[in-house]
Design a protein around this ligand. Structure first.
Ligand code: FES
Length: 130
């Protein structure tokens, strides 16, 4: 039963692998999918199709063994993320395989706390690769 802790809120959620109801946002059981399933806000302007960077999270614990490996399209997209770190991942692409702790960056939290909803980027989002 993987556990995901979301910082700075410090909320930990747990789910049984393969049994999390899909939110249809991002890869199944990705950090974004888990967050939305438990009512935790994580921005996802492109709907989880690896076409923006708004679901950017910083992995504080569990990077290598407990998340799916980073694929090329995620790495390419992450290069455009604000505040990129060596432990950055896209929440919609990183599938949870074991216990992880992730931090939602300041700019994302501040946007939400100021009453923001999903960001509409209109035509600025390219069509996802097939
Ligand atoms: Fe757009 Fe993850 S939600 S890249």
């Amino acid at each position: 039963m993987p556990k995901v802790t979301f910082l700075p809120e410090g909320r930990t959620v747990e789910f049984e692998s393969g049994k999390l109801p899909s939110t249809d946002h991002g890869k199944r059981e990705s950090i974004l999918d888990v967050a939305l399933a438990f009512g935790i806000h994580l921005e996802h302007a492109c709907g989880g199709s690896c076409a923006c960077t708004t679901c950017h999270v910083i992995v504080k614990d569990g990077t290598d063994a407990n998340l799916s490996p980073q694929e090329e399209d995620e790495a390419d997209r992450l290069d455009m993320a604000a505040g990129l770190t060596l432990h950055s991942r896209l929440g919609c692409q990183a599938v949870v395989l074991g216990d992880v702790t992730v931090e939602i960056p300041d700019w994302n939290r501040n946007y939400v706390s100021e009453g923001g909803g999903s960001i509409n980027l209109g035509n600025a989002i390219p069509t996802p690769k097939s």
